[in-house]
Design a protein around this ligand. Structure first.
Ligand SMILES: [Zn+2]
Ligand SMILES: [Zn+2]
Length: 546
């Protein structure tokens, strides 16, 4: 037997929900599966998105034989431009996934430089020493695949995002037969989606949404606005179907949603009659009861369309009395608070808001516990590694695997950066790579360090205090009382008293003459204010000499 090992290197999506990325390494060959992004939590202000830390690949660019993308959701495709900018490797994806990836690459001007291969469920591709078989899985976007990866060290199954939906919107269920066939060959390891590991039972079929949407359309008197993710193609189809039944025209709001819908229609994955879909401008001129608008912004992000509608700052149109807003989504962990805040604001503006808790207008695209057990039974792997999820999801998925008879020592619950190795059919833990978040802020990648994040957090939480000193250039003494300006800095108690006290403190410190004005005054003022108010605004000290 070869002394080479199969190394599985989780670069993202293990220990968190989002930015999924896995590297399979054998000798000097690497296969990458998915290159996702993660949307920032609410306290990461000004950050557009977060991508996996793939510095591990820096000196191994020539080892990368290919990148396989399992499906077109952002948490699997969103970092592809950033990876391919550094590493030129061929990409393998099904038709719809490829179309959505092409949109991302063309925006970055990379489309001509990268070799793209279209694959189909049921096909196989040889990528270096990896023989990758693609099998169809149901999810909330069409054309999703899981992977059977035959490596010299054994057969590994990578589930991708999946559910076992017997009545999917596109009529194409998960390929149980292929899973059983792979199992017959003997599966060394299964890596499977853990997103819903804490949900008992089965995830309902996508179809359960249809009656809920029907009810919304039947009772709505005015405009209907449906918010979802830009890559939730199945949901677009469902909205289109019901819109056609109730004689409403449909318009997509926002570039990402428009681009994705256009691509999915062009490729035949979104079947909407031409006279159904109209531009937003046109829709806004129709009678309210003749329109349904579909937009992004389900996570309460203040700069998203829904966020702006809720605060009355949207450019193109506003929420009006009589509008029905449907949030067809589930808050990503950590976003609950801002989602509910947005819902409250939309109500305040006169909309009637329908969301998951009051009607089944959303259903998960991920397997629940019983489906996870079924997958484990179908595949019967020797080793099991839960992927896609926070640690609590991974742990719970491991419990489920134990329940169906996987040996405890054959389960590896690992987080990003923890390498797992397979040699001679045995699993062991490898090294732990350093890792973290790479923030993408506008066009810049990675230039927003933790310091900038902390500053933004401080600004958002406690505002700032600016102290301007006018210094006599000869005597180096204060010529006037320090001028203090605050923005967003609130505290209980009398503000004038506090500012007077601050001014006096600053004067005393300067009079003692033992400070380097700008460098030392900032921390002094910071601790002074913190002691008085328990708040930590950003402090700026400026001096002008006269
Ligand atoms: Zn997905
Ligand atoms: Zn996903």
């Amino acid at each position: 037997m070869s002394d080479k090992k199969l190394r599985i290197i989780p670069l993202g999506g293990l220990g968190e929900v989002g930015k999924n990325m896995m590297a399979y390494e054998y000798g000097e060959n690497i296969l990458i599966v998915d290159t996702g992004l993660m949307f920032p939590e609410n306290d990461m202000l000004g950050i557009d998105y977060i991508i996996p830390d793939f510095h591990y690949l820096d000196d191994k660019a020539s080892w990368v034989r290919g990148v396989v993308i399992t499906h077109g959701h952002e948490d699997h495709t969103g970092a592809i431009y950033h990876l391919l900018e550094k590493i030129n490797a061929p990409v393998y994806a099904t038709r719809l996934t490829r179309g959505l990836v092409e949109l991302k690459l063309s925006r970055g001007g990379l489309l001509d430089k990268i070799k793209l291969h279209t694959v189909q469920a049921g096909e196989m591709a040889n990528i270096g020493p990896f023989q990758v078989e693609f099998f169809h899985v149901c999810h909330s976007i069409p054309d999703g695949v899981g992977l059977g990866i035959t490596t010299p060290a054994g057969l590994v199954i990578h589930s991708g995002d999946y559910k076992f939906d017997h009545t999917p919107v596109d009529g194409w269920p998960t390929d149980y037969a292929k899973l059983a066939e792979l199992a017959k060959r003997g599966v060394l390891a299964l890596l499977a989606d853990s997103t819903n590991a804490d949900r008992p039972g089965w995830t309902p079929s996508e179809r359960v949404i249809d009656p809920a949407f029907d009810e919304v359309f039947r009772s709505a008197k005015g405009r209907i606005i449906i918010a979802s993710f830009a890559s939730l193609i199945s949901r677009m189809q469902q909205v289109g179907n019901v819109a056609a039944r109730y004689n409403r025209k449909m318009a997509f709001v926002g570039t990402s949603m428009q681009d994705n819908a256009k691509m999915a229609r062009k490729l035949g994955y979104l079947d909407l009659p031409d006279d159904l879909v109209i531009p937003v401008e046109q829709a806004l001129n129709l009678k309210d009861r003749e329109v349904v608008l579909m937009s992004t912004g389900t996570q309460g992000e203040p700069t998203s369309i829904m966020g702006r509608l809720s605060t009355g700052t949207n450019r193109q149109f506003d929420i009006a009395q009589g509008d029905t807003v449907v949030l067809s989504s589930h808050p990503i962990p950590g976003n609950e608070e801002s989602v509910y805040r947005t819902i409250n604001r939309l109500f305040r503006r006169g909309a009637s808001v329908i969301y998951e808790n009051i009607a089944p207008v959303h259903v998960s695209g991920h397997a629940s516990q019983e489906e996870m057990k079924l997958l484990l039974h179908l595949v019967r792997p020797k080793y099991f590694i839960p992927i896609h999820g926070e640690l609590r999801h991974l742990k719970q998925h491991a419990n489920i695997a134990r329940q169906v008879g996987i040996l405890d020592e054959n389960i590896a619950v690992i987080e990003n950066g923890q390498v797992v190795e397979f040699k001679d059919g045995e699993m062991s833990l490898g090294e732990r790579l350093p890792g973290g978040y790479i923030f993408v802020d506008g066009a810049g990648v990675g230039d927003v360090g933790p310091t900038v994040m902390r500053e933004r957090e401080a600004l958002a939480r406690d505002g700032f205090v600016l102290v301007n000193l006018t210094i006599d250039s000869k005597t180096k003494r204060l010529r006037e009382d320090p001028e203090i300006i605050t923005r967003g800095f609130t505290y209980t108690g009398n503000g004038d008293d506090l500012m007077d006290a601050t001014r006096k403190m600053v004067k005393d410190v300067i009079k003692r003459g033992d400070v380097d004005l700008e460098a030392d005054l900032e921390p002094t003022i910071k601790s002074f204010l913190y002691n008085k108010t328990r708040r930590r605004p950003m402090i700026f000290v400026t001096t002008s000499l006269h």
